[in-house]
Design a binder for this molecule. Structure first.
Ligand SMILES: [Zn+2]
Ligand SMILES: [Zn+2]
Length: 264
């Protein structure tokens, strides 16, 4: 979770994207009211991770969820992963009109690594799932490279970078799964995506208040329980040693926070 960094970039980036969207929409053939709604929805999707926790968890504003998964050619999610994360979301969030998943491919960009700004630009050029009426839009982008802030000791498998946006570093996931001593690809994908979805749902202390204090003092916005899905190592390469026993689950403290903020 690179939350501090994202906030730093946030305001400057929003204004330029807003302007670009305005130019684009002004030349297309929406009615004025539709243009207004679309602009509002695009703007609403450019806030910090965690701020939409209640909108995701409860049904008070949105009764359905549209999850758009876009992958760069060569890096599709496993079918098992899509089923698992959809079932998992269904078990946690109140969406009486259901969850719809749309999966599409986009051309591979071919960079070795990507910055947060670049990830956001790719999203802005390709994403179609935005809030509309009682439907909440959510977006997962799978990239063909690494995160440009990786170090020798820490390699990012994915991150949540806006209130309804997740990036999965497809090349890193592919390299670190499926071979001897490594988790299977669906297992690794599911673990990382569920962890990042947990951040979007406000964990830990990121938009869903803590019922009992359980934030890791050294790794903020993460759970202090090393067996929990929201433990910090889950989004880095160092997760492998602790994945022998299957996909980590949310512990009682994390589940309680979700329930208290409108979840199941
Ligand atoms: Zn995290
Ligand atoms: Zn936890």
């Amino acid at each position: 979770m690179q939350n501090k960094l994202f906030e730093k970039h946030y305001s400057r980036f929003t204004s330029s994207i807003f302007l670009l969207s305005l130019i684009f929409l002004a030349t297309s053939c929406f009615k004025d009211s539709e243009v207004d709604e679309r602009l509002e929805s695009v703007k609403a999707a450019k806030r910090s991770p965690g701020v939409s926790a209640n909108e995701i968890l409860s049904s008070s504003k949105f009764q359905s969820l549209e999850l758009e998964i876009q992958y760069m050619e060569g890096y599709p999610l496993s079918e098992t992963t899509i089923t698992q994360i959809t079932d998992w979301l269904n078990s946690l969030i109140n969406k009486p009109l259901g969850i719809t998943v749309i999966t599409t491919s986009i051309p591979a960009v071919g960079q070795e690594d990507y910055s947060v700004t670049e990830v956001r630009e790719i999203e802005d050029n390709n994403r179609t799932a935005y809030n509309a009426g009682d439907k909440l839009g959510m977006y997962i982008l799978i990239l063909d490279g690494y995160f440009d802030e990786d170090s020798d000791t820490e390699a990012s498998l994915g991150f949540a970078h806006r209130n309804t946006s997740i990036a999965l570093m497809g090349k890193r996931v592919k390299e670190n799964s499926g071979s001897f001593g490594r988790p299977s690809k669906p297992k690794l994908e599911t673990t990382v995506l569920e962890h990042e979805l947990g951040h979007l749902m406000g964990l830990v202390n990121l938009g869903s208040g803590m019922v009992t204090d359980h934030e890791d003092g050294e790794n903020l916005k993460h759970c202090d329980n090393e067996d929990c899905l929201m433990y910090w190592e889950v989004e880095t390469r160092s997760i492998f040693s602790s994945m022998d026993e299957g996909i980590p689950t949310l512990d009682e403290n994390c589940l309680n926070d979700l329930k208290a903020n409108g979840g199941k």
